[in-house]
Design a protein around this ligand. Structure first.
Ligand SMILES: O=C(CCC(O)(O)[C@H](Cc1ccccc1)NC(=O)c1ccccc1)N[C@@H](Cc1ccccc1)C(=O)O
Ligand SMILES: [Zn+2]
Length: 590
């Protein structure tokens, strides 16, 4: 047992130094695998993961011997993080967990949708998820073609991942119990340092659900008009393959079907980007320039030389976007199979927001480098993107002919953003609602798929377009399940990013409405954001929230304020129409 403050400080310094080394090598091994899926890189990653796991267990055992009583807040916080997490001590089980997780991620990343009666073993004429299948889901308006790729993708990856998932859950559960937790769910929730967190997200959902119901009712009617009311019943959940996205998580790609005031121009500037000859590099340079305009850190030279910004043609990679921190010499990188379109311009800012956070908290000890909570990390880039999509800024970067918008164009603009942000909220909640129940043992493998679809109907008001059975594993068709990436962070992000946007607009002395505010070039806004980012996870997230907004809590007033004009318009449109589904189906009256 150690209680000498001198020795403890020395131990924390050694922890910091060794952790930087270990996480550097772990990051490199991971980078090599995700940017080049080969047998060698897979095995190398597995070996490095075992070594970093050994290091983690050693540090934990040593940390346990330290008496924390008369340590300062910061040292106690570092020790708290050092003692966190699951703990598999058996090498074989640790290796099995690593290999199982890696297999699921690889199945997803190399998955292909092949034409019917495809000869076994050949990938001739098969389509990858990105960009091929994603583009079909976004652009096709043929009901049956959408159905073919929607089912095809789930058939290609679901059952294979579903076979591995129970082992993954068992091993995560064993690791959690050895670590002293009730279940792995408690480890996931621990990151929010808030005993009532689950209750809070339910309350927040209840506050924004009315906005979602208005959007859902309106979109359902428009889809019924588009595909016929034999295909879309305005009294029932919406078939899940008609929303322009493989997971129906965001509906921006069906803007043309739901456009409130046709032929008034739109902020979907994909066509203009192509006309203007935008390149992938330009997309990243424009994003980099926005951060620079705020007085924040630019991406360093190695970002441009070492990132993977487009899909390679000569090898298999993990296409799902990610931002990587190599914990030294400011080496931060993005891996993304970018395409020149509006949706990816958003994602470019999203990923670069992660890199900006890395660059801002790199003065913290390694163990305190992270988002104030995981939702904050997801919200940085999206907050900037709320300025980027304004007519004012799109005009500034040459993607809109005018930055003037009249009332109907303003409704069109708000609809576009709502199809991205409001549509997402129930999806951002239901993924971990399902996963928390699985890890608590409240959903058994036999029930995986039926419980998934119960949640999809309850929260999103969607139904599967064809019969689903327990031999399907539709959760596996979404990246974050096979890769083991938590998801409630995005629900948190999609709410707090409006609080952050409001705070930056206030710092920038913006006069106009929140939804038209663009903080580009505002050094005051940049300073406000920087003051939160550089904290990393050195303080509990309410302190970081208070630094940004002046109040410590998550709050839906900003997102409601942002969309108020659209909600008024939608309530008008939906007056006397059917709203909701199942038990909550009713006629809406203003
Ligand atoms: O998954 C992503 C973007 C990928 C990421 O940037 O969140 C990435 C996911 C990931 C990849 C590998 C390992 C772990 C997580 N997260 C990061 O790169 C990341 C995560 C934590 C800290 C720093 C970087 N977005 C979500 C939700 C979303 C967010 C914003 C716009 C659209 C959609 C989705 O696509 O469903
Ligand atoms: Zn992210």
């Amino acid at each position: 047992v150690v209680d000498d403050p001198e020795i403890i400080e020395e131990w924390l310094d050694v922890l910091n130094f060794t952790m930087a080394e270990v996480s550097h090598y772990a990051a490199l091994a991971s980078w090599n695998y995700v940017t080049n899926i080969t047998k060698y890189n897979t095995e190398f990653l597995s070996n490095v993961s075992m070594l970093s796991g050994n290091y983690g267990l050693e540090m934990k055992d040593e940390a346990r011997k330290i008496v924390q009583d008369n340590l300062d807040f910061r040292s106690r916080r570092m020790l708290k993080f050092a003692l966190r997490g699951g703990e598999l001590r058996d090498g074989h089980k640790r290796r099995l967990l690593q290999v199982t997780t890696n297999k699921m991620q690889t199945i997803y990343s190399v998955g292909k949708v092949c034409p019917p009666d495809q000869p076994a073993g050949s990938t001739e004429g098969c389509l990858a998820l990105e960009p091929d299948v994603v583009n079909i889901m976004a652009n096709t308006r043929d009901y049956d073609e959408l159905l073919r790729v929607w089912v095809g993708w789930r058939d290609a990856v679901g059952p294979k991942i579903g076979k591995l998932y129970p082992t993954y859950v068992e091993l995560k559960t064993e690791a959690a119990k050895i670590g002293g937790y009730e279940s792995h769910t408690d480890i996931l929730l621990e990151k929010y340092e808030d005993p009532t967190f689950e209750q809070e997200v339910d309350d927040l959902w209840q506050q924004v659900k009315p906005m979602y119901l208005q959007l859902h009712s309106y979109v359902r009617r428009k889809l019924a008009a588009q595909y016929g009311d034999d295909k879309v019943d305005v009294r029932a959940p919406i078939p899940a393959h008609l929303l322009g996205n493989m997971w129906a998580q965001q509906w921006n790609n069906i803007y043309d079907i739901v456009e409130p005031f046709p032929n008034q121009g739109t902020i979907d500037v994909t066509d203009k980007m192509k006309e203007e000859g935008w390149t992938i590099t330009k997309m990243f340079q424009v994003a980099n320039n926005f951060f620079k305009s705020l007085g924040l850190e630019e991406m360093p030279p190695t970002f441009w030389s070492k990132s993977m910004l487009e899909k390679p043609t000569d090898r298999e990679v993990v296409c799902h976007g990610s931002a990587h921190d190599f914990s030294e010499y400011n080496d931060v990188r993005i891996k993304m199979c970018t395409e020149v379109n509006m949706e990816d311009l958003n994602t470019v800012h999203h990923e670069m927001g992660h890199c900006e956070y890395y660059l801002q908290y790199n003065k913290q000890p390694v163990i305190l480098r992270g988002g104030a909570n995981p939702g904050f990390h997801e919200a940085v880039g999206d907050t900037i993107a709320l300025s980027v999509v304004t007519p004012d800024y799109l005009h500034q970067i040459g993607l809109l002919d005018s930055n003037k918008i009249d009332k109907s164009q303003e409704i069109n603009y708000l609809m576009e953003v709502a199809l991205n942000k409001i549509a997402f909220l129930p999806f951002g909640l239901l993924i971990d609602k399902w996963r928390w129940q699985v890890f608590r043992g409240d959903i058994t493998p036999q029930q995986y798929n039926e419980k998934w679809w119960e949640l999809r109907e309850e929260y999103q008001g969607l139904s599967p377009p064809v019969e689903r059975t327990s031999s399907d594993f539709d959760p596996g068709a979404k990246y974050h399940i096979p890769s083991g990436t938590p998801y409630i962070r995005y629900f948190v992000s999609f709410l707090v990013q409006f609080q952050f946007h409001e705070a930056l607009c206030k710092a920038a002395n913006n006069e106009g409405p929140l939804h038209l505010c663009n903080v580009y070039n505002s050094k005051e806004a940049g300073a406000k954001l920087k003051s939160m980012l550089e904290m990393g996870m050195s303080r509990p997230w309410p302190d970081a929230m208070e630094t940004m907004t002046g109040a410590p809590n998550m709050d839906t007033s900003a997102i409601k304020e942002y969309f108020r004009p659209l909600m008024e318009w939608l309530e008008e449109e939906n007056d006397g129409e059917l709203i909701g589904w199942g038990k909550e189906l009713r006629i809406f009256h203003q």
